[in-house]
Ligand binder design. Structure first.
Ligand code: SF4
Length: 240
């Protein structure tokens, strides 16, 4: 079996909070966000045997506790991803998937076969705006992914599930809406960076988090990841 390969990072300490992992990038994504940091692997072909990628993972095995599959959109390649995740599990390592949620069937297969431990699901806008912003109509698929992951998390089928909002200046109003839709799910607000436009600062993002009255994690280039926990009147910032 072949996989359309996008890249490999032998060791990363930023792709899974608190863990050293290797990261496998799978090529291809139908969404085409204008801000995508991995635009060079959204299309094209670099076909490799799955065994070759398993060999890359095996070479990092002694240094890592898990493997993160990213992209592109890793769930677009269901069969190779399932094969890779299965091989990773056989090595005794954890499996994480970063996804835009456009392929809920793949997530369902990974969860049913106990091949994934952590899912980070991007939610990019309120549902009403989704299909206008994306390159492909996908809102119902992302909603289904949210529902599948939420059920898996509550049922103990996956140990970590987070919804990630990549936030750009001018889109602040999307945050409370997405937060309400995901009120029972871990929420991450990630600093969006696009071209020469100044990104929102860590302090701007924390002000937004303040208004949500819920635990939130914030990721920025300058501040790494911070966790906000607490009550309406008192927030505790904890660096991780
Ligand atoms: S969904 Fe993710 S991988 Fe696809 S274009 Fe957007 S940012 Fe890039």
């Amino acid at each position: 079996m072949d996989v359309n390969f996008g890249g490999f990072v032998p060791i990363s300490t930023v792709d899974w909070r608190g863990k050293a992992v290797c990261t496998v990038f799978l090529r291809g994504c139908p969404v085409r966000c204008t801000y995508c940091h991995n635009a060079s692997i959204l299309s094209g072909n670099d076909t490799r045997p799955v065994e070759e990628v398993i060999g890359m993972i095996r070479s990092s095995r002694l240094l890592i506790s898990g493997v993160v599959f990213s992209g592109g959109e890793p769930t677009m390649q269901e069969e190779p991803l399932v094969a890779l995740a299965g091989a990773v599990k056989k090595m005794g390592l954890l499996v994480g998937v970063q996804t835009n949620g456009v392929y809920p069937d793949t997530l369902e297969v990974l969860i049913e076969q106990d091949l994934v431990d952590r899912i980070a699901l991007d939610i990019k806008a309120r549902w009403q705006r989704y299909d206008n912003l994306m390159n492909v109509p996908c809102v119902s698929k992302v909603q289904r992914s949210l529902s599948i992951c939420r059920a898996a998390s509550k049922g103990g089928k996956i140990s970590e599930f987070e919804v990630v909002i990549t936030l750009f200046r001018g889109y602040e109003d999307e945050v409370p809406y997405i937060s309400r839709e995901c009120s029972d799910v871990d929420l991450v607000i990630q600093q969006g960076v696009q071209g020469d436009i100044p990104p929102m600062s860590c302090s701007e993002l924390t002000k937004i988090a303040d208004q949500l009255n819920r635990p939130v994690r914030i990721r920025t280039r300058e501040g790494g990841e911070i966790s906000y926990e607490g009550s309406r009147d008192r927030w505790i910032t904890r660096e991780r």
